[in-house]
Design a protein around this ligand. Structure first.
Ligand code: BGC
Length: 693
């Protein structure tokens, strides 16, 4: 086990600071709670009402503490001790709770690979418990920006390139977390470039915005999310924290959002008048909003604008303060055995088997057969290091980390397999070890140095989609020395892996798998667990054309084509399609059929499709049935297939035939849908809707 650094635990009694006495005073009936909130608001002085609208930490020392140790404790905003109002107590995410020593789950991109909102909801529940137990009442870690290009440095924090998956996973995380704390969804909107995030102007047609860059936010708003964080970037010339159209017209107007909008930290507000555009809370300190009292006094900002923001903040807090399961908010729950088991389960289920070719005419490279693999070589530094993802605002500090080598050694001991490690610094030496073993695993990929939030010039957007320098050469040297070779990739997004084509019969994407990830990798390599993950983003070939991406762009146009929709429109064949992931067993699909078509609501109909899935192999396995609908979205006038429903059918036994049911929403007038294992056009099985009443 690696202990990454020293970090304190939450102080005793932290849970009681999340809501203080407010939790006991709030009536549980929502109408009464509203009345209680109004009464509280009525008792606030004009000054106090203004103070609700910004973070409470002192400017200089607050920033200094954050630079030194970001979010080591809840970040407070808008507390009014005189009235027993604790205000907002912020914890970041999304990998887990950033404060203190909490469970590090796999990053969201990994979790998206499970395609399973029910699992994500359980992670949300665990995160909510850990946040609350440690004195926070807001989890600001629901990141659902659409991955427009795999080079985005913060790809790992989101759920991939698909609107449906983003919305369902974000809603699930929100649902789970909001049993215990408020959740905040981010970054609203069109935020998917890192190095230029403070200035870039995203030009996007309203139709593309509506159909591609916003629907998942609406899904999470409909789920009842408490807060929305505005993005740093501009959209069509205006900074998102000042975007009247996005914040007032769309979010609060059309979508009826009743919670509060907070700024992204420090540079998310450019002036005090952001409040007029719909920004309710300046985080993490009052830099611009401290000017509001003067502006209100001079009649330049209306008092009712302040009152509206104050009402949103207080009402939301009041409604959430009475929620929860207090008996669970105990220190032992934080990174305790239950949450660690969940982290391990999520990691295991997120592993994507990208390729699994046969070795020398025998069986496929994976899983390793214990009677044949008595000595296993493990190559690469990343195998022996904690590799949890970026080190920006999403960094979680778990009490310990199971590295891949730890995981393989633990399993090796149980199975009687000798595990030998070489850091790969000298490829010839590594190849020699590989040659002396029955099988070899090379672990390569990225770390926080290659991608992530752009902090102190580490991380940021990726300069290349290839593996870091030297990794391809290392894998090639090892693969030439021993044909029974599995390459395990670590990272938050896609890689171009053509250099591994002839040297690695098996390729496994392990993502940033969290504090228990080493066990997950070991279990999949030895077949103790099935590879159940599917790609939440398309993996390009070296030559694949993707949407334009310039790391230091001042201005960029976001269009309707990206990911698998772009592949279909431009007739390209990527290395791996969205939704792809192999199994150790083999499935046959028969008789895909529509069994119910609902009435039209807002121009769409709910359609239920079934398909019979038979496990024709020798091991139990999981099938992820994806439902696609050809739709015109945004400014692209030709219909392209887009995911509108998913069903995960787990542990189908050998010989078992299971009927899998997928629910999709289909636009009025569309008379067929498709079920498929991935977004690849050749995978689709068409289902006509006209036979069903
Ligand atoms: C990030 C947000 C984060 C905030 C708080 C910003 O740099 O964009 O995702 O919540 O910092 O640190």
């Amino acid at each position: 086990m690696s202990r990454p650094d020293r970090f304190e635990r939450a102080p005793d009694g932290a849970a009681s600071t999340a809501w203080g006495t407010l939790a006991d005073r709030v009536p549980s009936d929502p109408v009464e709670a509203d009345r209680f909130a109004d009464e509280l608001l009525g008792r606030l002085t004009a000054r106090e009402r203004l103070e609700l609208l910004s973070g409470d930490d002192p400017l200089v020392s607050g920033l200094a503490e954050m630079a030194n140790h970001y979010n080591r404790r809840p970040i407070p905003a808008g507390a009014v001790p005189r009235l027993g109002l604790p205000g907002i107590r912020f914890s970041d995410g999304p990998r887990g709770v950033v404060m203190y020593r909490s469970t590090a789950f796999p990053t969201p991109m990994a979790r998206a690979a499970t395609f399973d909102p029910a699992l994500e909801e359980r992670i949300g529940d665990a995160i909510g418990v850990e946040a609350r137990a440690q004195g926070a009442n807001l989890f600001a870690g629901v990141c659902i920006n659409l991955l427009r290009h795999p080079a985005w440095g913060r790809a790992q924090e989101t759920y991939g390139e698909d609107v449906h998956l983003l919305g369902e996973m974000g809603a699930a995380l929100t649902r789970g977390a909001q049993r215990h704390v408020m959740a905040c969804v981010k970054h609203f909107a069109a935020n998917s470039m890192e190095n230029s995030r403070f200035w870039v102007d995203v030009e996007v047609d309203e139709a593309d915005l509506r159909d591609l860059y916003l629907p998942h936010f609406r899904r999470v708003v409909d789920e009842g999310v408490a807060g929305v964080m505005s993005a740093y970037n501009r959209v069509n010339g205006t900074f998102c924290g000042h975007h009247h159209h996005l914040l007032r017209d769309v979010l609060k107007g059309e979508w009826g959002f009743e919670g509060f909008v907070m700024s992204d930290f420090t540079f998310g507000v450019r002036g005090p008048r952001a409040v007029e555009s719909g920004l309710d809370l300046e985080m993490p300190q009052s830099m611009w909003f401290r000017r509001l009292p003067g502006l209100v006094r001079r009649g330049r900002v209306a008092q009712r604008t302040i009152d509206e923001a104050a009402r949103r903040l207080v009402r939301t807090q009041v409604h959430f303060a009475s929620r929860g399961e207090p008996e669970r908010y105990v220190a032992g729950a934080v990174a305790g055995s239950e949450h660690r088991a969940l982290a391990r389960q999520a990691a295991t289920r997120s592993m994507v088997l990208l390729r699994n070719d046969v070795v020398d005419g025998g069986p496929p490279a994976l899983p390793f057969a214990v009677d044949e693999v008595r000595r296993l070589a493990v190559i690469g530094k990343l195998a022996a290091r904690p590799n949890l993802g970026d080190r920006g605002s999403s960094r979680v500090h778990p009490p310990e980390v199971v590295t891949i080598l730890d995981g393989l050694r633990a399993l090796g001991e149980r199975l009687g397999v000798e595990v030998l490690h070489d850091d790969g610094d000298d490829p010839d030496r590594a190849a020699q070890l590989a040659r002396s073993c029955d099988a070899v695993v090379t672990v390569v990929g990225t770390t926080w140095r290659h991608e992530g939030e752009w902090v102190a010039r580490y991380g940021g957007d990726r300069a290349s989609l290839r593996l870091p320098d030297g990794h391809e050469e290392l894998a090639a040297a090892v693969g030439r020395a021993n044909r029974r070779h599995a390459v395990v990739l670590m990272g938050g997004s896609a890689f171009v892996t053509d250099a591994l084509d002839d040297v690695a019969p098996a390729l496994v994407m392990a993502w940033y798998p969290g504090m228990e990830g080493g066990h997950a990798v070991a279990d999949v390599l030895f077949g103790e667990a099935e590879p159940e993950g599917r790609l939440p983003l398309t993996w390009p070939r070296a030559t694949t054309e993707l949407p334009p991406f310039r790391r230091f762009a001042r201005r960029i146009t976001y269009g309707p084509l990206l990911g698998y929709r772009m592949m279909e429109a431009t007739r390209q064949e990527p290395a791996h399609w969205f939704g792809h992931g192999l199994s150790f067993t083999r499935f046959e699909w028969t008789d895909p059929r529509a069994v119910a078509v609902g009435p039209s609501v807002d121009g769409r109909r709910a359609v239920t499709v079934e398909v019979d899935v038979t496990n024709a192999g020798e091991r139990a396995g999981t099938e992820v049935v994806q439902g696609y609908v050809a739709e015109v979205l945004g400014t692209h006038r030709a219909p392209l297939h887009t995911l509108r429903g998913v069903a995960v059918a787990r542990t189908i036994a050998p010989g078992e035939r299971r009927t899998v049911r997928v629910e999709l929403t289909v636009p009025e007038g569309v008379d067929q849908v498709a079920v498929a294992r991935s977004a690849a056009p050749t995978d689709r099985r068409v289902v006509r809707l006209h036979d069903v009443g």
